[in-house]
Design a protein around this ligand. Structure first.
Ligand code: COA
Length: 185
């Protein structure tokens, strides 16, 4: 995945998937501070994590040339609203047991749940990862009780393949996987 064409953004019927901007900070921090959003994440969310979040995303893009995309609505009633993010991120060292493949993740502010937007965004990010970046396969690490996230993964065609220990949560979590060839089959 060293050489791939650069794009500024991806577009779906309802969403623009774009790079991070400083002005996204407030909407993203509000989303990350919501206990219902944070409930099943791989690491507990504390104020320092919320504050460092946008910087970590920008750094990921700088280091790898790809990363999670900001999701901006382009529906007429919500145009310009920042709704969350979806896309690839390297798993943190504490989740090394998940392997070295980038993780496809998704997170929406609660007001945007239940409209199929996470699936729409994650599908676009997944297709871009396989087609433009040429990634052979990817994973998602999902808390076994995160039914909403499991449904997103299932609709994309990912499958749970193994269970690993998350030392920060001190519990087992599922590794879902998909390869580019699964999708073509
Ligand atoms: C996980 C998360 C992104 C899922 O969001 P979501 O809105 O439930 O997911 P979707 O975008 O797929 O929407 C799903 C529902 O919208 C409904 N829906 C409404 N309109 C729709 C449309 N036009 N197209 C598709 N689905 C639609 C679907 O029926 C679907 O419900 P179902 O799965 O029961 O059938 C969200 O719950 C979240 O941000 N959680 C907190 C962060 C998190 O846990 N992230 C994942 C860590 S692994």
């Amino acid at each position: 995945m060293t050489h791939f064409p650069q794009v500024e953004a991806l577009s779906t019927p309802r969403l623009l998937l774009r790079r991070w901007r400083p002005e996204d900070e407030a909407a993203i921090a509000e989303m990350n501070r919501d206990p219902q959003v944070a409930r099943y994440l791989n690491r507990p969310v504390d104020p320092a994590t919320v504050e460092a979040f946008l910087g970590r995303m920008v750094q990921h893009w700088q280091e790898h040339g790809y990363g999670p995309w900001i999701l901006e609505s382009h529906e007429p009633d919500h145009a310009g609203e920042v709704l969350g993010f979806a896309g690839l991120a390297h798993v943190p060292p504490f989740l090394a047991a998940a392997g070295s493949r980038p993780e496809l993740g998704w997170r929406l502010c609660r007001a945007a749940w239940g409209r199929g937007l996470a699936t729409e965004a994650a599908r676009a990010a997944r297709d871009d990862a396989f087609e433009r970046l040429g990634l052979p396969d990817l994973i998602s690490v999902i808390h076994p009780e995160n039914a909403r996230s499991q449904r997103v993964a299932g609709k994309l065609g990912l499958r749970p393949t193994r269970r690993i220990h998350n030392p920060l949560l001190d519990r087992e979590v599922d590794v879902w996987t998909q390869s580019a060839t699964d999708l073509r089959a």
